[in-house]
Unconditional design. Structure first.
Length: 317
């Protein structure tokens, strides 16, 4: 395991152990404190995000993976959006005067040092590899704990049960089998390209509604490799396998109906659900998954709420 992964695991584990668990996965990443002055890529209120911070976050996220140049711009934009949201949430918490207890931060930091040492990694070198100082890491841990404290004040068992009951198919293991037709868009697609793709998918839907077999339409028009199978994607669950707009649309469809055009980062889709496989998970079994979704919703809502009163600017070029 590389140094960066060892260090990241230690941070996540120590924070999770320091307070009642809100999620079984890492909590959303609050943006790292600035370490090196550099070109400003965005401002969130009076807070600045530098090129150095963004590059560091990219390196940490990619963990040495090679990414095609055409995909790097999109990934970079997504990570910058995530850092901006982190700044907004941090300001949201500050406005509410929600902070972590110093003793909890001390305990988490001690646990990180212990785990890094047990992995045979020098703590100072691990900090350097992550572009952090110990003070900066301490601030990062405090930010994470502050949000966890806020989340625990907002999410209780009653809310979890209500959400499970209202969205049972999302959490009980239900799967749908679906096919799709994809009109692909590229990162470099112009507004004219998007308009043309939108019009094309609408015409294809008209053909299908008019009698063209869906599988035949997929073989004829779809840019997805699944076109060879008539667009068949097999079974998938509500979360974790398909991008959100696609999964949401598929689970909202009755079996046999063709969706309206659905836009995702891949392009425009038509979706047809061909089979549903009911799930058998109870609330107790799905509780952690429900909590994780509400936790992320709370994070996003906090960012959006803060953005109402905070000017966000992204530098061009």
């Amino acid at each position: 395991m590389c140094m960066s992964r060892v260090f990241a695991f230690a941070v996540i584990a120590s924070i999770a152990a320091s307070a009642p668990v809100v999620s079984q996965e890492p909590v959303p990443q609050l943006s790292r404190p600035l370490v090196v002055p550099d070109k400003i890529v965005a401002t969130v209120g009076d807070d600045k995000i530098t090129e150095a911070e963004l590059s560091d976050a990219l390196r940490s996220r990619l963990q040495g993976q090679q990414v095609p140049p055409e995909a790097m711009k999109e990934i970079r934009g997504m990570i910058l959006d995530s850092i901006i949201d982190g700044r907004l949430v941090k300001q949201f918490l500050a406005a509410k005067k929600i902070t972590a207890d110093a003793k909890d931060i001390d305990g988490a930091l001690a646990a990180i040092k212990k785990q890094v040492a047990e992995a045979g990694v020098d703590f100072a070198q691990a900090l350097k590899a992550e572009g952090l100082t110990e003070e900066a890491l301490r601030g990062q841990i405090g930010d994470q704990m502050a949000f966890k404290k806020y989340a625990e004040s907002q999410i209780n068992d009653q809310k979890l049960q209500q959400h499970f009951a209202a969205h049972k198919q999302e959490f009980d293991g239900t799967q749908v089998k679906a096919s799709h037709v994809l009109i692909k868009l590229e990162e470099t697609s112009t507004p004219q390209d998007r308009k043309a793709a939108s019009e094309k998918i609408a015409l294809i839907r008209q053909e299908i509604v008019g009698g063209l077999d869906f599988a035949a339409a997929a073989k004829k028009y779809s840019a997805c490799p699944s076109s060879a199978q008539g667009g068949d994607l097999g079974f998938f669950a509500r979360h974790g396998q398909m991008v959100e707009p696609f999964a949401a649309a598929a689970f909202a469809l009755p079996v046999g109906e063709v969706s309206q055009p659905v836009e995702t980062d891949f392009g425009y889709h038509l979706i047809k659900v061909t089979e549903t496989k009911p799930g058998e998970m109870t609330f107790d079994m799905a509780k952690d998954s429900v909590r994780r979704v509400l936790f992320m919703d709370l994070w996003q809502n906090a960012a959006r709420e803060q953005q109402k009163t905070t000017k966000v600017e992204i530098s061009k070029g």
